[in-house]
Write a protein that binds this ligand. Structure first.
Ligand SMILES: Cc1ncc(COP(=O)(O)O)c(C=O)c1O
Length: 343
């Protein structure tokens, strides 16, 4: 077992960690190759969680390291604020080739939370640009995890993690998840009446279509318990989305890049999101990266609006060249290895 740590000489405050427990039994890695990790005592571990579900193709792959190194030597930094750089452009074109439905424009972020935050802000601006100022509310699922920033946290459905950080952002309405094993409506699978999906319509009718902007979901709930919604849920969802003027925001941070047997999990059900948040396996754990991808319609609404359509959003490391090089190489590896077929 690792030696207990002295709190006074240890200077890292770990995320989502009870530090008292950590000091007692610190697990500190020194090396990682492929799917194995080694700790300070030379003990070997299998990286069975794939990091935080992001090191989808193992650690220390020479091909990825070479791609990142070459990029760093070529141009280590340029921003995407009112200018661009070649690697981001090339990578976005390749990403576009694998995106489902009508998604075509890539907005780079540095992680999954930021990708979700980007969807929330873009949704609000999208409707404001059309003069629909009341369309502010996003319907979300209980048990959903969307990240840690205030928008993403407010969209998430874990009250125990939210209470400590109240007040949260207004404008998120949570409904029960499509969780057949513990059906919130006490149904058996054979007798499913898709109340969970129909609740989306109930909320729209109760709150008013002029106040509902979007429905946000993970196509398969990850952190919430690896919950795969039944086909019926998505069939009903597609009908509701066709009937009402609301957007579909898909959080594929966990499920993207071949993890579920399709390149993106929403493809299992033929869902056509208006926006999609990506992260985690996007760069295989090599460099922080995320992205929000948008449909033509969303993008062109901003474009047509002229000056007010400027998306006042982004951060210093959005589209960092080395991160884009990691993303581009990982995409090539996933495609070459046909990960979707093997998942
Ligand atoms: C579905 C989902 N969305 C968003 C996030 C947030 O991503 P990040 O931790 O990169 O900010 C996570 C992280 O676990 C996630 O599982």
């Amino acid at each position: 077992m690792n030696k207990k740590l002295d709190e006074k000489i240890y200077h890292i405050w770990h995320p989502f960690t009870n530090m008292n427990v950590f000091y007692e039994e610190p697990l500190i890695f020194t090396e990682g190759h492929g799917s194995l990790l080694k700790d300070v005592n030379n003990k070997t571990y299998i990286n069975a969680l794939s990091g935080l579900w992001n090191t989808a193709f193992g650690l220390g792959d020479q091909e990825v390291i070479d791609a990142i190194t070459a990029q760093l030597k070529n141009i280590s930094y340029a921003s995407l604020f009112r200018m661009g750089h070649a690697i981001a452009q090339r990578y976005a074109e390749k990403l576009f080739q694998v995106l489902p439905g009508n998604l075509s424009k890539v907005f780079f972020t540095s992680n999954g939370s930021e990708a979700v935050e980007t969807m929330i802000k873009a949704t609000r601006q999208f409707y404001k640009l059309q003069g629909k100022h009341g369309k502010m509310n996003i319907i979300c699922l209980r048990r959903a995890y969307h990240g840690v920033s205030y928008g993403a946290l407010s969209a998430s459905g874990f009250t125990e993690d939210q209470e400590m950080y109240a007040q949260l952002l207004p404008g998120f309405i949570h409904i029960e998840p499509p969780y057949c094993y513990r059906c919130p409506y006490h149904r058996k699978v054979d007798d499913c009446q898709t109340e969970c999906a129909r609740e989306i319509e109930n909320v729209i009718q109760k709150v008013g279509i002029d106040k509902i902007a979007a429905f946000m979901m993970e196509p398969i709930l990850g952190f919430g318990g690896f919950i795969v919604p039944p086909d019926k849920f998505h069939e009903e969802l597609i009908k509701i989305l066709r009937k009402y003027d609301i957007l579909l925001l898909m959080d594929e941070v966990t499920t993207g890049f071949g993890r579920t047997g399709k390149f993106f999990a929403c493809e299992h059900w033929g869902l056509s999101p208006d926006m999609m948040a990506l992260g985690k396996a996007i760069s295989g754990g090599y460099i922080p990266l995320g992205a929000t991808v948008f449909s033509e319609e969303i993008y062109h609404t901003f474009l047509r609006a002229g000056v007010t359509g400027r998306f006042a959003h982004g951060s210093t490391y959005s589209g960092n060249p080395a991160a884009c090089a990691a993303g581009e190489k990982m995409l090539e590896i996933y495609q070459r290895a046909d990960v979707s077929a093997k998942a």
